[in-house]
Design a protein around this ligand. Structure first.
Ligand SMILES: Nc1ncnc2c1ncn2[C@@H]1O[C@H](CCC(=O)c2cccc(C(=O)O)c2)[C@@H](O)[C@H]1O
Ligand SMILES: [Zn+2]
Length: 352
C-alpha cells in the first residue's frame, strides 16, 4: 500500500506511538516468544527443530496458510517444557511489552498444551503467577490471563481448560477471561457452550476467537452460544452489516490484529483489511499484535499500521489506545487511571 504522508510526519507519529501508554488485549503467550527467548529455550532443549539463528527463524516464521502457522506454532509450544521455561517466557514477554509502554496486557495462555506435555499443573500456575508479580513489581506492567481452549484438540481440551480455570485451588489470581483459539474450520463454536457457561458462572469474561478464518456465522455463534464480550479478530464480520450493527450497538469490541491476518493469509493484503469498515460502522475497534515475533511485528507496529489504514493523527491514535482501555477487563479505577495517562501524554506531546 502506498503511504501518501510525508516521511517526517510518519517518523513523528512513530515516536508518538513508541511513548504512548497502551493496553494489549490479544496476544498469545507462546506466540510472543521473541528470537531471544526462542534461543534461550532452544539452548535448554537442543533436540528441538526450531532454528535459533534470527535469519533462519524469520524464514521459519513465514507461513503458507493458517494450518501451516498452527504447525509451526506447536513446534514452539514444544520448546516450553518445564515450569522454569514457563516463568522465563512469561517474564520476558512482560519485558518486551514494558519496552513498548504497554501498561496492561491480557495474555492468552493455553494451559492444556503445557499440562498435556507433562508440566505439573500446580507448578505451571505458580510459574505464571510468579512472573506476573515480578513483572508488575520490576517493570510496572500489569499482566492478566485469558485461558483458551485449543478447539481442534477436542472436547477433552475444553474440559481440562475449564477445570484449570474454575477450580478454586488452581485458578490463578491473574485470570480474568476464557477463550477459544486454533483453527475454526471443522471446529464449530456451539459445542463449547457448556464449557463457556461454566467459566462465565465462575466469573470469567468470554473472549473467543471467531471470524478469523471462517465467515460471520461463526461470530454470531460466538455471541449467541458463547456469550462473547469481545471477539478475537472477527475479521469476516465485515461481510454482514447486521452483525456490524449488533457489535456497534452492544459495544462488543473487535480485537483486530492486522499484520497477523496477512501473515496467516486470512486476509490477502493490508489494503483489503476490513478495519476501515469496522470503524465506519461504529464498532469499538482495538488493535493488537496476536503472535508478534512470529508475524514480524509488535504492538507499536500495529498502531502504525492502523494509523496508515485509518489515516489517524496523534489524537486518533490516543483514541485507539483508549478503545483498548474501555474494552479491557481492568476495573473502573484502573481504566480511569490509564485513560488519564494517555490523555496527559498526548496533551504534553501536542503542546507547542
Ligand atoms: N491467530 C491465531 N488464531 C487462533 N489461535 C491462535 C492464533 N495465534 C495463536 N493461537 C493459539 O494457537 C493455539 C492452537 C493450538 C492447537 O490448535 C492445538 C491442536 C491440537 C493439539 C494441541 C496441543 O497443544 O497439543 C494444540 C490456540 O489455542 C491459540 O492459543
Ligand atoms: Zn489470537
Amino acid at each position: 500500500m502506498t503511504d501518501h504522508r510525508d516521511a517526517g510526519a510518519v517518523r513523528d507519529l512513530h515516536a508518538f506511538i513508541a511513548g504512548l501508554p497502551k493496553a494489549e488485549l490479544h496476544v498469545h503467550h507462546v506466540g510472543s516468544a521473541s528470537p531471544r527467548i526462542v534461543a534461550e529455550l532452544a539452548a535448554r532443549h537442543p533436540d528441538s527443530k526450531v532454528p535459533t539463528d534470527p535469519e533462519a527463524l524469520a524464514d521459519y516464521f513465514t507461513f503458507t496458510d493458517f494450518a501451516h502457522f498452527i504447525e509451526v506454532y506447536l513446534s514452539v509450544v514444544d520448546l516450553v517444557r518445564t515450569p522454569e521455561d514457563v516463568r522465563l517466557l512469561t517474564y520476558e514477554i512482560a519485558r518486551d511489552l514494558a519496552r513498548q509502554q504497554v501498561r496492561y496486557a491480557e495474555l492468552t495462555i493455553t494451559p492444556f498444551s503445557s499440562t498435556r506435555r507433562g508440566i505439573d499443573e500446580r507448578a505451571f500456575m505458580d510459574a505464571i503467577e510468579d512472573a506476573r508479580k515480578a513483572a508488575e513489581a520490576d517493570l510496572g506492567t500489569v499482566l492478566r490471563w485469558c485461558f483458551d481452549i485449543p478447539g481442534e484438540a477436542g472436547l477433552e481440551s475444553a474440559e481440562e481448560t475449564t477445570r484449570l480455570a474454575t477450580d478454586d485451588r488452581l485458578r490463578p489470581e491473574g485470570l480474568v477471561s476464557f477463550g477459544l483459539g486454533g483453527p475454526e474450520i471443522g471446529v464449530p463454536r456451539p459445542q463449547f457452550k457448556p464449557y463457556f457457561d461454566r467459566a462465565i458462572a465462575a466469573g470469567l469474561h468470554s473472549v473467543p476467537h471467531a471470524g478469523e478464518t471462517t465467515g460471520p456465522e461463526t461470530v454470531w455463534d460466538a455471541l449467541v452460544e458463547l456469550r462473547a464480550e469481545r471477539i478475537g479478530h472477527g475479521t469476516s464480520s465485515a461481510r454482514d452489516p447486521k452483525l456490524l450493527a449488533h457489535l456497534a450497538e452492544h459495544r462488543i469490541a473487535l480485537e483486530v490484529c492486522p499484520t497477523s491476518n496477512i501473515a496467516t493469509r486470512a486476509v490477502r493484503t493490508l489494503e483489503e483489511h476490513p478495519i476501515r469498515e469496522f470503524v465506519r460502522a461504529g464498532v469499538l475497534v482495538t488493535v493488537n499484535s496476536d503472535d508478534p515475533p512470529m508475524f514480524g511485528t509488535d504492538l507499536d507496529n500495529e498502531y502504525a499500521v492502523a494509523a496508515r489504514l485509518l489515516d489517524l493523527d496523534e489524537r486518533g491514535l490516543a483514541g485507539l489506545a483508549k478503545n483498548a482501555v474501555e474494552a479491557s477487563f481492568l476495573d473502573d479505577a484502573g481504566k480511569a487511571k490509564l485513560a488519564a495517562e494517555i490523555d496527559t501524554y498526548t496533551t504534553a506531546w501536542l503542546a507547542p
